[in-house]
Ligand binder design. Structure first.
Ligand code: CAA
Length: 381
């Protein structure tokens, strides 16, 4: 069983209150119009949450705490998965810079993150999704710069008016495969960087996703992140943390959907009584509640391991796999409890059902998580 510190509980409760008062009222409109949750992110910045994991010397809260990050993402996801996703990807980008950045990189980019400049992570390409190692974007050394060319797709926190800097993985030595990949920090306003196709999505419509197009972008050598040839490992290390974030998001979405189903089942009267008295539905609630609890514990276990510096690749993949499958399971049953009303946009469950579907896909599909888990288990780790 997990015990939280007073500080973790205090910050979690503050985010919970903010989510209920300010994020929830905006969630339906954000989904309807698409765009980006600028107002909520501004408030989260003022609350110190956007820069939660940023050291105090760079203007952040100085709380690089994996469990706390998961709790914040979970609270937001209960009411608005899009806003939770934006914060989660912000954490992913700043986590990589925090772990691998030089002093100058941290000073510049983590300070900006704490000021609410939103970052992202650019690994995926049209031909390199699950097989991230087949990415083709190149980075060729030219004087004191690397010249980047390629197109990254499905990049979260990138839109016409969203996103500031991106951790980009590119090939510095194509002959070496994943060992020839290097990470760079690329500013969105560097000459040659443009926003390509902005995706129209089934769900998570309030989190901008677009193509990052790189055409002869001269990235100064000082923006090389980590070591030359270390990019793929940096990406995988970042995704270990990112997957815990998606697990937390999934737990939040599932909890939010369960709450909607409970409210509905207790108030909807059919055959002369609330539908919650029917055993058929009660069994749904038992399964939903049990799976959420298990997903939550697995997520916290993975977060705790990463915080302690213990190996967490397997646990992160397990948490992501189980929690995302749980979110989809719960949203499906919660919608079923609502009957025909659940299919209508007047009820939040309709949005939650669509939002949940990406959780089994992004930051590695369920199938990729199973690959990762089975490799770890079969190696005895
Ligand atoms: N940490 C550190 N190093 C790791 C690692 C980890 N978690 N996982 C692998 N590595 C290392 C390996 O040890 C290996 O190094 P050595 O050769 O020195 O031993 C190297 O990386 C290559 O590893 P693999 O042989 O396992 O590589 P692979 O090509 O077989 O790929 C994979 C493995 C797990 C399938 C990987 O490609 C993968 O995770 N694919 C899914 C990609 C993904 O999740 N994309 C999501 C992008 S982000 C997103 O969705 C949304 C967003 O905007 C945030």
């Amino acid at each position: 069983m997990f015990t939280f510190t007073e500080e973790q509980l205090m910050i979690r409760d503050t985010v919970r209150e903010f989510a209920e008062k300010e994020v929830l009222p905006r969630a339906a409109a954000l989904d309807e119009t698409g765009g980006f949750p600028h107002e909520s992110m501004q408030s989260l910045t003022e609350m110190g949450i956007t820069g939660l994991n940023v050291p105090e010397e760079y203007g952040g809260a100085g709380l690089d705490d994996e469990v706390l990050k998961a709790l914040c993402v979970e609270e937001l996801a209960k009411v608005c998965a899009s806003t939770a996703c934006v914060l989660d990807v912000q954490f992913l980008a700043s986590d990589i810079i925090l772990r691998k950045g030089t002093e100058a990189q941290k000073k510049k980019y983590l300070s900006l993150a704490a000021q609410g400049k939103i970052g992202g992570f650019a690994l995926t390409e049209p031909g390199a999704g699950s097989d991230a190692g087949s990415a083709r974007t190149t980075a060729v050394k030219d004087g004191d710069c690397y010249v980047l060319n390629g197109t990254k797709c499905f990049i979260s926190n990138l839109g016409p008016d969203a996103g500031y800097h991106y951790v980009v993985i590119a090939l510095t030595d194509p002959s070496k495969g994943t060992k020839g990949m290097t990470a760079f920090i690329v500013d969105r306003d560097m000459p040659g960087v443009s926003v390509g196709k902005c995706e129209r999505k089934m769900g998570l419509r309030g989190s901008a996703v677009a193509e990052l197009v790189l055409e002869n972008v001269r990235v100064p050598e000082e923006n090389l992140l980590g070591q030359l040839g270390e990019g793929f490992k940096i990406a995988m290390m970042g995704l270990d943390g990112g997957r815990i974030g998606i697990a937390a998001q999934s737990v939040g979405v599932a909890e939010g959907a369960l709450a909607e189903a409970v409210k509905y089942a207790n108030s909807r009267v059919q055959f002369g009584k609330p539908i919650a008295v029917n055993q058929g539905l009660q069994w749904y609630f038992a399964e939903m509640g049990t799976r959420i609890e298990a997903a939550r514990l697995l997520t916290l276990r993975a977060a705790d391991a990463r915080q302690k510096g213990e190996p967490c690749t397997k646990l992160a993949a397990m948490a992501k796999l189980y929690a995302s499958e749980t979110a989809c399971f719960v949203c499906d049953l919660a919608l079923q409890v609502h009957g025909g009303y659940g299919y209508m946009k007047d009820f939040a469950i309709e949005r939650m059902y669509r939002d949940a579907r990406i959780l089994r896909i992004y930051e590695g599909t369920s199938e990729v998580q199973k690959m990762v888990i089975s490799r770890e288990v079969l190696s005895g780790r």
